[in-house]
Design a protein. Structure first.
Lengths: 65, 133
C-alpha cells in the first residue's frame, strides 16, 4: 500500500512531529508510514485522512487500484 | 511522564542499588569474579538501557507524544513471541549444561537476564527490518 502522507504534509506545512501529535502516535510511526513499511490500522488511516481533510482512498493508495 | 511512572522508575533504581549494595557487602570481592561478573555487567547494561529509554520517553511525552502506539505495540508483541520461542531453547541448553554453573541462583539469574537481553536484541532487530510491503 502506497500513501501520499509526505506530499500532503509538505502541502500543509506539517512536520512529522506535528502530524504524530495530531493523530496521537509516535514520530517513528509516521516515518515507517512514509517509507511504506507499515500499513496503518483503519482508525489511524482515518485519523490521518481527517488531518488532511481528505478521504482515506485519497491518502492511501492500494496496490490493486 | 505521569508522576506514578516517574516514582516507579526512581523507586526501581533505588531498590536495584540497594539490592546490589547488599550483594556487594555479602560477597565482597567474589562478586567481580567468574560468572557473577558477567551477570553484574549484564544487569548494569540492561539497567542503563532501560534508564536511557525511560528518559527518552519522558522527553517525548513532554512533547505531547504517546509512550506507545499501534506500531510500537505490534513490534513488542512480535518480539515477545520470538523471545518466548528462543528462551525455550535457551532454557533447554541451560539445563543440559547445568553442571557448568557454580550454583542454582547463578543459573536462574543468568537465564532470566539472558531472556531480557534476547528480548532487547529481538526488538531492535524487528524494528530495523520491519517492512510490511
Amino acid at each position: 500500500m502506497k500513501n501520499r502522507i509526505k506530499e500532503l504534509r509538505a502541502r500543509d506545512n506539517l512536520t512529522q512531529l506535528d502530524l504524530a501529535k495530531k493523530v496521537d502516535v509516535r514520530r517513528e510511526t509516521i516515518v515507517f508510514l512514509e517509507k511504506g513499511k507499515y500499513n496503518p490500522s483503519l482508525k489511524l488511516a482515518y485519523d490521518i485522512a481527517q488531518v488532511f481533510k481528505l478521504n482515506i482512498e485519497e491518502v492511501f493508495i492500494f496496490a490493486g487500484d | 511522564m505521569k508522576n506514578s511512572r516517574k516514582t516507579l522508575m526512581y523507586t526501581s533504581i533505588v531498590i536495584m542499588m540497594a539490592i546490589w549494595g547488599f550483594i556487594a557487602i555479602e560477597k565482597g570481592t567474589d562478586l567481580f569474579k567468574g560468572l557473577d561478573l558477567y551477570i553484574f555487567i549484564l544487569i548494569v547494561v540492561l539497567g542503563t538501557i532501560a534508564f536511557v529509554r525511560a528518559l527518552k520517553r519522558d522527553k517525548e511525552e513532554k512533547e505531547g507524544l504517546p509512550a506507545e502506539d499501534e506500531l510500537s505495540n505490534l513490534i513488542k508483541y512480535k518480539a515477545g513471541y520470538l523471545t518466548y520461542m528462543t528462551s525455550m531453547y535457551m532454557w533447554l541448553f541451560i539445563f543440559i549444561f547445568k553442571d557448568k554453573f557454580p550454583n542454582v541462583e547463578s543459573m536462574l539469574g543468568g537465564g532470566i537476564l539472558l531472556s531480557a537481553l534476547i528480548f532487547f536484541i529481538t526488538k531492535v532487530s524487528i524494528k530495523k527490518k520491519f517492512n510490511e510491503k
